[in-house]
Write a protein that binds this ligand. Structure first.
Ligand SMILES: [Zn+2]
Length: 339
């Protein structure tokens, strides 16, 4: 599996926003912070139009003046053509959701290597609230993002990892195949079967303060977590996030405590990205440690030289060099890379 190699990344550069494209700018900054993604682009194995625009953009950033503004407009416009043609969704028509745009982008790039690094597989089973039984299991369903509803503070890496492995999500109406009764709202249990080298989490109930009694300051995500692989422990590190600002937001979820759904439907707001770079070579930061416990992650996650940047369209600011920084109550997409 491809691992996090920050040396292939460049310092983030400002992006123009000549229209409502902050969702696109944030998404592209997010992807340019994923070494596994950048590596595949640099290898040049894809000849798809969006792939080529990514190649051009990365080359421009590598050779250009870091303070001038760059426009990923060509990528956004190709992406918009794709979503309009295939799904009749005009992405440039108002504020869009970066998660949906990410799914369109990966679909539009038609590159197996790229799709593969993000792909997780889950078994899912609907749960009937009436007879208290699970329905038939759907096995090995692939997705490129993981939805998580945060019912409590999950900044502990072990708890976060447990939630990645097993969680519940609210879903549509469900007619139970055991008792034949109708659940107006069903709950689906997801169990992780396989993860690859990049894990993208969509936070489903952020920015809503009051849900589940979670106050904003109680929402937090760990800077790293681990999963048990076949023969080894896989350590993942938070390397980028897309943040939604403003109170308008589309969110829905299921409250397992009250067993009731909630909806909060708005649109608009603004997106920006926060991304990690490292100004030290990997050899300078790696520490060998052969006496680690299973969850003894902090000592194996390289942090020396880590710098977080906020990429808000044309504004790039250094925000912290502290590994414990990326705790944001408005995080929408989180990217964890295998180290
Ligand atoms: Zn039932």
């Amino acid at each position: 599996m491809r691992r996090y190699n920050p040396t292939v990344l460049h310092k983030p550069v400002p992006f123009m926003n000549n229209g409502a494209v902050c969702w696109g700018n944030s998404l592209i900054q997010f992807l340019l912070s994923c070494p596994q993604f950048v590596e595949i682009i640099n290898e040049g194995t894809g000849r798809n139009d969006i792939f080529i625009e990514f190649e051009k953009l990365i080359k421009k950033i590598r050779t250009g003046n870091p303070d001038s503004q760059y426009g990923p407009i060509a990528i956004i416009s190709l992406l918009n053509n794709f979503s309009t043609r295939h799904f009749n969704i005009n992405l440039q028509n108002g504020q869009q959701c970066p998660d949906e745009a990410f799914h369109f982008l990966i679909d539009a790039m038609k590159n197996d290597n790229i799709e593969y690094i993000f792909k997780t597989r889950y078994d899912s089973a609907p749960f009937c609230n009436l007879c208290k039984k699970f329905g038939d299991i759907n096995r090995n369903e692939p997705n490129i993002t993981i939805d998580l509803e945060f019912h409590k503070k999950l900044n502990n890496p072990v708890e976060f990892s447990e939630n990645i492995k097993k969680h519940m999500l609210r879903s549509e109406k469900y007619v139970c195949d055991k008792c034949k009764q109708t659940n107006t709202i069903s709950v689906i249990q997801y169990s992780l079967r396989m993860a690859q080298s990049v894990i993208i989490v969509r936070v489903k109930n952020n920015n809503v303060g009051g849900n589940f009694g979670l106050s904003k300051e109680n929402v937090a995500y760990p800077p790293h977590f681990s999963l048990e692989g076949k023969d080894e422990i896989l350590n993942y590190k938070l390397v980028a996030q897309i943040i939604h600002s403003g109170s308008q937001y589309i969110t829905s979820g299921y409250n397992p405590v009250s067993q009731k759904p909630y909806f909060s439907a708005h649109s608009g707001g603004h997106y920006y990205a926060e991304v990690l770079r490292n100004d030290h070579s990997p050899s300078a930061q790696s520490q060998s440690n052969s006496h680690l416990n299973k969850y003894d992650i902090p000592s194996v996650v390289p942090t020396h030289g880590d710098i977080w940047y906020r990429c808000n369209d044309f504004s790039i600011t250094q925000i912290s060099s502290d590994i414990s920084y990326p705790m944001n109550n408005s995080s929408y997409l989180l990217m964890y890379c295998l180290i």
